[in-house]
Design a binder for this molecule. Structure first.
Ligand code: C2O
Ligand code: CU
Length: 422
């Protein structure tokens, strides 16, 4: 796959009747959805037409560090860069891309720079099931329609610094409360991406269960039936949604309250339930029920007895292991080929979603409770005062890799570290 992506200032209508100046990839927010197959070579010709440095980070993809688009590889204004990588076997899943310039990721994503990247498998067990992509983002605007990024010294700036920039307008694929259509009886595969800076979604469709079939790094071994699903910042989930409604009826995808907050800055309206998406049934007569495969694929377990070390990461409010990010410091050094356990301890009273660049891992346990089933992940939410352990194999790709909190305000203020693999 070979594509050209241009990041450029633009004017778009984000909210009805208002024109907003922002940034866009190829003139759209979200940017173009990229799709390719396992084994494909991807070449992205990137041009930065922004007035400032940027990068494109391929969140979750297992690719060489030189193409990772981390802050170590800024693309200066008015220049180009080619991202080149091959999509590895077994990595089919839902990924996304976004800027990652030094201390400026949150602002550039808020202005409109994010897009989806779908990696497909030739032997996809869910092939043929109609798909919907649901990219969740939120934003805040001034009266005149301009994007409202609070001054750090203001009251709102202080709240955003603590909570992360959580905003009242919630967008699905860049639209406010859009309509998705489904046929009665139809099964749809939804790929959900949380592209929000700080908002965590707890998704549900009233009176209906969902089949959770995949996480960040692709499909599970078996579908899991759930009533609701939590999607933290930068996480992805794949769901099978059954169209159990009657012809012509309407339901909604809801966002339920989730208390990720510190009690000091928890929004007063945090318990509000909001509708994200209207689900409209067509008038068609009900379709025959489609069988959902009981087994999806095999995920080889990473054996904890192979781990050569356990690294401990202590998440404070804004710090990792008591330190702020420094581009000139390597915080952790690892060896190619090693299997490691990473133990992430959140010692403060708000959640922090922990992301590791370049590698998919398997969660072992959360607060000592074994993960009920295997999946590949690149981000794991670490709730307030809890401990998550995961196991990861550094099979290839030497270089410097970032790990950080994916609340963008925390990341940009230094809640990030550098892991060098040699
Ligand atoms: Cu989507 Cu360094 O992150
Ligand atoms: Cu954080």
């Amino acid at each position: 796959m070979e594509v050209t992506i241009v990041a450029e200032p633009t004017r778009l209508s984000f909210i009805p009747g208002k024109s907003t100046g922002g940034y866009a990839y190829n003139g759209r927010v979200p940017g173009p959805t990229l799709e390719a197959y396992e084994g494909d070579k991807v070449i992205v010709h990137f041009r930065n037409n922004l007035p400032e440095a940027t990068t494109i980070h391929w969140h979750g993809l297992h690719i060489p560090s030189t193409s990772d688009g981390s802050p170590f590889h800024p693309v200066a204004p008015g220049t180009t860069f080619d991202y080149v990588f091959t999509l590895q076997q077994g990595t089919a899943g839902t990924y996304w891309y976004h800027p990652h310039p030094h201390e400026n990721t949150g602002q550039q994503i808020a202005k409109g720079l994010f897009g989806s990247f779908i990696v497909r498998a030739h032997d996809d067990p869910l092939k043929g099931i109609p798909e919907k992509l649901i990219v969740l983002s939120d934003n805040r605007f001034k009266e005149d329609g301009t994007i409202d990024i609070a001054e750090p010294a203001s009251h709102q700036g202080g709240i955003d610094f603590q909570n992360g920039r959580e905003c009242a307008h919630i967008f699905v694929n860049g639209e406010l409360n859009p309509t998705l259509t489904i046929k009665p009886g139809e099964v749809q595969r939804w790929r959900v991406i949380n592209a929000s800076a700080a908002r965590v979604y707890r998704l549900a469709i009233p009176g209906q269960t969902l089949m959770h079939v995949g996480n960040d790094g692709g499909l599970f071994e078996r579908p899991q039936e759930v009533k609701e699903i939590l999607v933290a910042n930068s996480e992805r989930v794949e769901l099978l949604v059954r169209g159990t409604g009657t012809p012509g009826s309407v339901t909604v995808l809801q966002n339920l309250p989730y208390d990720r907050y510190s009690i000091h800055t928890r929004p007063t309206n945090w318990e509000t339930v909001s509708d994200l998406l209207k689900i409209q049934y067509t008038a068609d007569p009900p379709m025959k029920a489609r069988a959902i495969p009981a087994s999806l694929r095999v995920i080889p377990p990473l054996d904890t007895t192979l781990s050569v070390r356990t690294r401990v990461f202590v998440l404070g409010q804004g710090f990792i292991n008591g330190k702020l990010h420094d581009m000139n410091r390597v915080d952790e050094r690892g060896k190619l080929g090693d299997v490691e356990i990473w133990q992430v301890e959140n010692i403060v009273g708000m959640d922090h979603p922990f992301h590791l660049h370049g590698f998919q891992f398997q969660v072992i346990d959360r607060d000592g409770v074994p993960e009920p089933f295997r999946s590949w992940k690149d981000t794991v939410n670490v709730p307030k005062h809890s401990v998550v352990r995961f196991i990861v194999r550094f099979a290839d790709f030497a270089g410097k890799w970032m790990y950080h909190c994916h609340i963008l305000d925390h990341e940009d203020h230094g809640m990030m570290g550098v892991f060098e693999l040699n």
